[in-house]
Write a protein that binds this ligand. Structure first.
Ligand SMILES: [Zn+2]
Length: 324
């Protein structure tokens, strides 16, 4: 399904839909198990990097498999969106639309304003013929993830959002209010030390509220919203990893954002951390294991646990299927 009804209900209901990236079968299974157990709608998203890694055709059929799997797990009416994350050209978006994606993002945020509008409008005009919804982005997020990188962030300008959404016809808008891509969202110098923990600068809720005032009820998207749990980082480092100063967005802030017009929250790094932590721990404790199933099973379990936690304790999308 596309995101239209899902977002309408999320904005009205004061919760957000999880958008989890996936590259592997284990991630896909963990996402579906978590969504079914919590009766949550879910967006499964594919980045350009995921397509390069796993192949776009395979990911498309994995998403179809995800819907069938959710039904097999007992969910009669699963709500699953297959979404392209950070499409960077009309051609890529068109290819995904032609291949069964129900939603795409066109990210023209690094382009000059008028070019961003022209590109987004071109994608919207094509996508809407097939009832595919389109996310566009205004403002620039800092950080690095897959092939998306920017040195510094530029907050979304509230005075541009009405013009941008009207002229592009986009269905949702990704904004920049201080979230950031990757597991190293902030330098320690940008943070304050509170009880021995580095706390990053708060999200710009004033900008979010201004945007909400300009576009009442319009679906807003937050990228780069992993919280980078210290528990997973510590496990990784305890079992031979070397992650330094990994800092994410505090979950309380994402919880607060979920209650507003923010109706889609992107989480990718936390899944990577959960998978790597479980694999490192398993292999350190079982040095004789060499069957990938032996370490991918706890990895899948750990990701599922993390997804359920996000759905229930952070985004509040549990129990929000239209029909269970
Ligand atoms: Zn992103």
């Amino acid at each position: 399904m596309n995101t239209r009804e899902m977002f309408k209900r999320a904005v009205a209901g004061g919760y957000a839909i999880p958008a989890f990236n996936f590259n592997t079968m284990e991630q896909m299974q963990a996402i579906v198990m978590a969504a079914v157990e919590t009766k949550s709608p879910v967006i499964m998203q594919v980045s350009k990097g995921a397509r390069n890694y796993a192949n776009g055709t395979i990911l498309r059929y994995m998403a179809e498999g995800a819907v069938a799997y959710a039904k097999e797990l007992g969910c009669e009416h699963p709500e699953i969106v297959l979404h392209l994350d950070h499409g960077d050209s009309f051609e890529l978006c068109k290819e995904c639309i032609d291949n069964g994606f129900s939603s795409v993002m066109i990210d023209g945020s690094s382009l000059p304003y008028e070019e961003n509008i022209a590109l987004a409008k071109k994608v919207v005009d094509y996508a809407h013929q097939f009832d595919v919804t389109v996310e566009a982005e205004l403002g620039v997020l800092a950080g690095v993830e897959d092939e998306v990188a920017a040195a510094e962030s530029h907050y979304t300008k509230p005075e541009e959002v009405i013009d941008f959404s009207t002229r592009t016809g986009c269905d949702s808008l990704a904004i920049s209010i201080g979230t950031s891509h990757g597991a190293h969202k902030f330098t320690p110098e940008q943070c304050t030390l509170v009880n021995g923990v580095l706390v990053p600068p708060p999200l710009a809720f004033d900008i979010l509220h201004e945007i909400e005032k300009k576009l009442p009820g319009f679906p807003i998207v937050l990228h780069g919203s992993s919280s980078v749990p210290m528990e997973e980082v510590n496990t990784i480092n305890q079992y031979g990893g070397h992650l330094e100063a990994a800092i994410g967005i505090p979950e309380e802030q994402l919880r607060e954002a979920s209650k507003s017009a923010v109706c889609k929250i992107n989480i990718d790094s936390d899944s990577r951390l959960a998978m790597t932590a479980a694999i490192r721990k398993h292999l350190a404790e079982h040095p004789g294991d060499f069957d990938p199933r032996q370490y991918l099973k706890p990895a899948r379990e750990n990701m599922k646990k993390m997804y359920i936690h996000k759905i229930v304790n952070v985004l509040g999308s549990d129990g929000k299927l239209a029909q269970c």
